[in-house]
Design a protein around this ligand. Structure first.
Ligand SMILES: Cc1ncc(COP(=O)(O)O)c(C=O)c1O
Length: 287
């Protein structure tokens, strides 16, 4: 059965959810997005995701999205598509612009607004569980992105190329290195346990301030850990007790090897385990 997609104010079958070849997201990657995880038919952390969408829109001078309307659309799509475990994807672009020109369109161009759902298969869910249980490998790559990584823009080519490199080297994630610091993954934030403290790059223009990152920092502090928002030097990786990623879809994902070298003992550590449990408690509280 075809799923339903929300496109510019209408609920339409997936095969009829078509956008123009002159949409500015297609021409210039001129748009923003969000991904929200749905557990047991309920969206998780929808409010902060929609708040970040609104912030991204403001930073790119796109019209302010209607958060209440998008929340209602989310619930309606979950209902219509019978979504139990999966994700909701939001994308807003600067709309159709012909003839093609870099500067913003003047006059009546309306943004393109798309919301769609993707179910997670039992196999994908099981693979995620296994990765979280056993830990994953990562590689480091030089930073090649722009200096506004705090905006969740669909301009993701360096992230795509980095992730592909990771896949080709049998790794789960590529970690960007900027000015000698390992700052975040291609689609995740990075945490280290160094000298018994949790360290993660500060929320600034060089990283996306992940919604999972913010939740995990709160959880860690509630559990009594010291969390320092500062850079993780590339040269300190070999003395980290633990490393882990966070993201909406990966949750708390332990890294047990970087560039082929074990992290700490080479096994998932106690801090990642405690933070995985705290994250899962919050998910369970949704029900
Ligand atoms: C570059 C980057 N950093 C971090 C994240 C994690 O963000 P969140 O926790 O909101 O999923 C993402 C998610 O897509 C990302 O693309």
């Amino acid at each position: 059965m075809s799923s339903t997609v929300y496109l510019n104010g209408e609920f339409v079958p997936h095969e009829r959810a078509l956008i123009s070849v002159e949409d500015r997201a297609f021409l210039f990657a001129d748009g923003i997005y969000e991904v929200v995880r749905v557990y047991g038919g309920r969206p998780f952390d929808l409010e902060p995701h929609l708040a970040r969408l609104s912030r991204s829109a403001g930073e790119l001078r796109l019209p302010e999205p209607d958060g209440e309307h998008l929340a209602a659309v989310t619930r309606e799509l979950i209902r219509r598509n019978g979504l139990d475990e999966g994700t909701v994807y939001f994308q807003i672009t600067r709309g159709v612009h012909a003839p093609r020109a870099h500067a913003f369109p003047t006059g009546t161009a309306a943004p393109t607004v798309v919301v769609l759902t993707h179910p997670l298969s039992p196999e994908a869910l099981a693979a995620g569980e296994q990765h979280r249980r056993e830990g994953v490998a990562a590689i480091t790559v030089p930073e090649q992105r722009w200096a506004r990584c705090d905006i969740k823009s669909v301009s993701l080519l360096p992230n795509v190329l980095a992730k592909q490199q990771a896949v080709e080297r049998g790794a789960y994630e590529a970690l960007f290195v900027r000015d000698g610091f390992v700052i975040e993954g291609s689609s995740s934030n990075l945490f280290a346990v160094l000298d018994g403290e949790i360290v993660t790059y500060p929320a600034c223009n060089y990283i996306l301030n992940g919604i999972a990152r913010q939740r995990v920092i709160r959880n860690a502090r509630e559990l009594g850990y010291t969390v320092r928002e500062q850079g993780i030097p590339l040269g300190a990786l070999d003395r980290c007790q633990e490393l882990f990623l966070t993201s909406t879809t990966s949750e708390v994902m332990p890294i047990v090897a970087v560039d082929g070298k074990p992290v700490g003992s080479g096994a998932v550590g106690p801090v990642a385990r405690a933070l995985q449990a705290a994250y899962r408690d919050a998910v369970r509280a949704l029900r």
